[in-house]
Design a binder for this molecule. Sequence first.
Ligand code: F6R
Length: 614
Amino acid sequence: MCGIVGYIGSEKAVPMLMAGLKKLEYRGYDSAGIAVLDGKNAVKSQRSIGKLSALLELTEKDKTDGTLGIGHTRWATHGKPSVENAHPHTDCSGKIVVIHNGIVENYIELKARLSEGRHKFFSQTDTEVIPHLIEEHFSATHNMAEACRLTALELKGAQAILVVSEYEPDKIIAIRIGNAGGLIVGRDGKESYIASDLAAMADHARHVAYLESREMAVVGRDSVHYLTLDGATLVKKTTAVTEQMVSAGKGLFEHFMLKEISEQPECVLNALRGRMGFELADVLLEGIPFSKHEASEMRRIVLVGMGTSMHAAMVGRHYMERLAGVPTEIENASEFRYRDFIADPPPLVISISQSGETVDTLAGMEEAKRRGLRQITLCNTPGSQSSRLADYTLSLRCGPEIGVASTKTLASSIACLYLLALWIGKHNGHLDEKALEKQVQILAKAPDLVGRALSMTSSIKALAEKYHKANHFLYLGRGIDYPMAMEGAIKLKETAYVHAEGYAAGEMKHGPIALIDDSMPVLAIAPRNALYQKMVSNIQEVKARDGKVIAVATEGDTLLPTIADDIIFVPACDYLLEPLAILPALQLFAYYMAVHLKRDVDQPRNLAKSVTVE
Ligand code: F6R
């Protein structure tokens, strides 16, 4: 959710912080703020409501020198977006300054206790208790790191915190508790960087270390001291920053979303490259820590994810069952952790998360780890927390996804799940050599298929123009295309702010049909497959009730154009590849609807790229 940056070095801190925040703005963008220790080691805070551009204006009007500072871009949890609620927050003296990502779950009780004393609060945030608690502990210990450590021990919930103070002006203290998004410390010579996301420092830092839960760092210009919240000194492993980690630009595209939709053929190719022997018809997952024996012992698979990543899981179930022959369940991660999940027989848990930071998915993975279950994660962010929790990471290899709505990472997740199912099916004997060869040949067509699916951009643009005034949509699909109905609906909701529901088409008669009239278009996904006739019947049922139908049909279909009001043609392909043939059309429809409605396509209201609070 919120984005956090910190800098201490020899350069001016403000431009460093603003450049870092720009890279993190996708995480939250309702307000932003920075605090810098100026030449006289006095704290100067600047905060503004709205996007980062407002803060930039403020910092340019009222310049501050100083080579140490922290910055924050907020996604509101407690307290509406306002200047008072924007971070940083301070103690009573204004000398201790804090930025924070996460939720202090016991803040009401802490605030009540602190208010009984001399502490005054100026915001509605949970965060504000933190600097006041530090103030209390500092007056007892006269040691900032110790005061921060003791404060951290009092906080309930997942947190990532940065602290600077006038009392000890040569350091930034970073604390991580639980999974409130990552916290990374980067170094290069006499400069140190801290950020919730590598993108914010990838241009500068040479080596990085990832803070784990209940760890803290006392970050100076020349050195970093790591310790646990129990007070023990830590030696952290550092990782060299590679070129792949550096963030991308928008190029000639008007929006990141359109750029990322267009990148999908390449992403799918990257996902498969080196992992499939196209000529040998084989699947090679380098470094996978599962033996042939373990693969043949897999009796059950659980796929876990949220939002679009859960839709990938829904497609993945078809692959696991058909190609690997393993019974497969899908779990919405936010529910999974609160159920009395029965781990008998013990499943292989496969989590999907483009960010690798989604708190619900991570909590599910932690629960799986506690139960000793083996885990694979599909993730797009190198070094993410989900990669650190899993036994094996199948990287999505899409490069950074900046548009808040996930697009290219879904295409890559689908390709990776197909690949993984083939790997399991090969090793557990469900697929013999011939069947594997056939499947590899099918999957090898995926990048080209996605490329062809993108070629109808202009007709979809026209369709969005025609339908952009509709306030409600119903998306229907069957079989492997049902998750695409869910995905089409979520994309329309989040980018165009148009209400849409995705249903299994068979469900329509059990309730949703009552909604149908000429003001609610139905987008029916009806490619030529074994379920085609059933979809045609559903479309007829909609038409019989004066509904408007946009049919997604296979190129060459001559029947649907005679029934539906509008048609989106998608390339013909094997059944298991259909989601990849259909996905671009749904993404483009949502995109152009959002453009027609003048929405903030890349940063839709109320959303954030990484959901690090429950
Ligand atoms: C939708 C979207 C979200 C994410 C979900 C999970 O476009 O972006 O629904 O898919 O928040 O995020 P990750 O994949 O990062 O775990």
